[in-house]
Write a protein that binds this ligand. Structure first.
Ligand SMILES: [Zn+2]
Length: 462
């Protein structure tokens, strides 16, 4: 459980250890200028890498993005970064994370792993279901420690049937009439997302969507009792996990014998009509392939179990992952070959959604088992590309689409004048090979230049 006392203790510890306490030493200077000269800039809207651009930043905002022929007055005192041969991406956003849940079981607090995200170029995270007080404290910590933390956007607890499936982070609702009062209370916590959970049926789900939309809230769901067909018809904004589509395109007459989930046919009317509705309603889907591969279906495969990204995570969390896998009954889905085929089906469906024009988000479910904060975002991008998305589309999902789902498209998601200066500078082109998103030279978060190696030193080893 995160507490204010712990946060204070952590900053005292940093001072005692002689490390920089970001809140004291790295606050963005509101008048300082930074210029990245002659770099290539990724534009998520066109999917193009625009060569020969100069990005001027003042304080925490981008002032201008200019080409070779345009005149630019760079202030004499500006810090200059030579961008020749470098590739600037908008800061990555992880659309599905937990800033408290899972960490609390492992006796880790959110502030301890936040630098892992930033070191990996993830400059914002969307939290997707937590105990609200603890989540608010982690978000507040991130806000006051911009040189070591991504921006943290909070979510409601999981709005569920009563009793809720996850008793620690769920909120049971028994009557649609309770919804306005619950949203009144949650809005006081300044949440960005409202999440419907698996036990919620249609009457309460519909009430949450309608009442939430009246208040301008973004409503997402991990579906169970509420079908995808109904939720989409009722106007849900987003579906979390590829399950929230896949589980609703299984024909009722299918023989549920071992391995059937890896043999599903997506060319049925049932599947095509749901996809058509997702396109028509512009409903986002956040597949979270990382958690399905790394935790649910293939956690025992050696290259996943021993992935090098895990080495950066505090040992307390790493040690807890196998405990939690056992507790949650993972791997699920039978024999290894059946599980591999099921995961291939999840990727096939993700590719089909993309080709049909369903807007996709990029999220990981970090820090669920073997989904390390930060590193799993790069894994997710790789899996989206394997599923059939061009690298530019995977990057658009992780930047512009995720920013739009946070209702932050005016401030985040692209490198453009007036937006917040959240940028990662790469030494190789991610459009040539998506794995190049890992080749990070510096991460800029609100105009603050952060060195990944220095950020990693802030993460406890134990
Ligand atoms: Zn989750």
């Amino acid at each position: 459980m995160v507490s204010m006392t712990h946060c204070v203790q952590a900053s005292v510890l940093w001072l005692v250890l002689g490390l920089n306490c970001p809140a004291l030493t790295h606050a963005a200077d509101p008048v300082k200028s930074l210029v990245i000269e002659n770099c290539s800039v990724f534009d998520p809207e066109s999917g193009m890498m625009l060569a020969g651009r100069t990005v001027l930043i003042r304080g925490d905002k981008i002032v201008s993005v200019t080409g070779h022929s345009e005149k630019l007055d760079v202030p004499a005192e500006a810090t200059r970064i030579d961008g020749k041969g470098k590739f600037a991406l908008p800061g990555l956003i992880d659309a599905h994370t937990h800033s408290v849940h899972v960490l609390d079981y492992a006796r880790v607090t959110g502030d301890e792993v936040l630098p892992l995200y930033l070191a990996a170029g993830v400059t914002s995270i969307r939290s997707t279901g937590e105990e609200i007080v603890a989540a608010t404290l982690v978000a507040r910590w991130a806000m006051t420690h911009p040189a070591s933390s991504p921006r943290v956007f909070t979510c409601s607890p999981l709005l569920d049937a009563d009793p809720p499936i996850h008793r620690d982070i769920g909120r049971g609702i028994t009557d649609p009439a309770q919804v306005p009062g619950i949203l009144d209370e949650l809005q006081r916590w300044n949440i960005s997302t409202v999440k419907i959970y698996a036990g919620t049926g249609r009457p309460i789900g519909k009430a949450i969507i309608e009442e939430g939309h009246r208040r301008g809230l973004f409503i997402t769901a991990h579906l169970g009792a509420y079908s995808a067909q109904h939720a989409v018809e009722d106007g849900i904004d987003c579906l979390e996990h590829i399950w929230s589509v896949y589980n609703y395109v299984i024909p009722s007459d299918v023989k549920r014998e071992p391995g059937y989930r890896g043999r599903l046919d997506f060319s049925t009317t049932l599947c095509e009509s749901l996809i058509a509705d997702l396109v028509k309603k512009k409903t986002y889907v956040d597949p979270t392939l990382a958690v399905f591969r790394n935790m649910i279906l293939l956690p025992d495969v050696p290259e996943i179990k021993d992935h090098p990204d895990h080495a950066l995570v505090p040992k307390r969390l790493r040690d807890f992952w196998p405990v939690y896998l056992k507790r949650t009954g993972c791997p699920q889905g039978g024999a290894l070959e059946d599980r591999r085929r099921e995961f291939a089906k999840f990727q096939e469906l993700t590719g089909k959604l993309y080709r049909a024009g369903v807007p996709l988000l990029a999220g990981t479910d970090s820090p669920e088992p073997q989904c390390p904060p930060g590193g799993s975002m790069h894994q997710e991008l790789e899996m989206l590309v394997e599923s059939g998305l061009p690298p530019a589309a995977a990057l658009k999902a992780a930047t512009m689409n995720n920013a739009t789902a946070l209702q932050q498209q005016e401030h985040l998601g692209s490198i453009a004048a007036g937006k917040l200066a959240d940028i990662l500078l790469l030494t190789a082109n991610p459009l040539d090979d998506i794995r190049n998103t890992r080749k990070i030279e510096v991460v800029i978060r609100g105009g603050i230049v952060c060195q990944p190696a220095e950020l990693l030193k802030l993460v406890p080893k134990e």
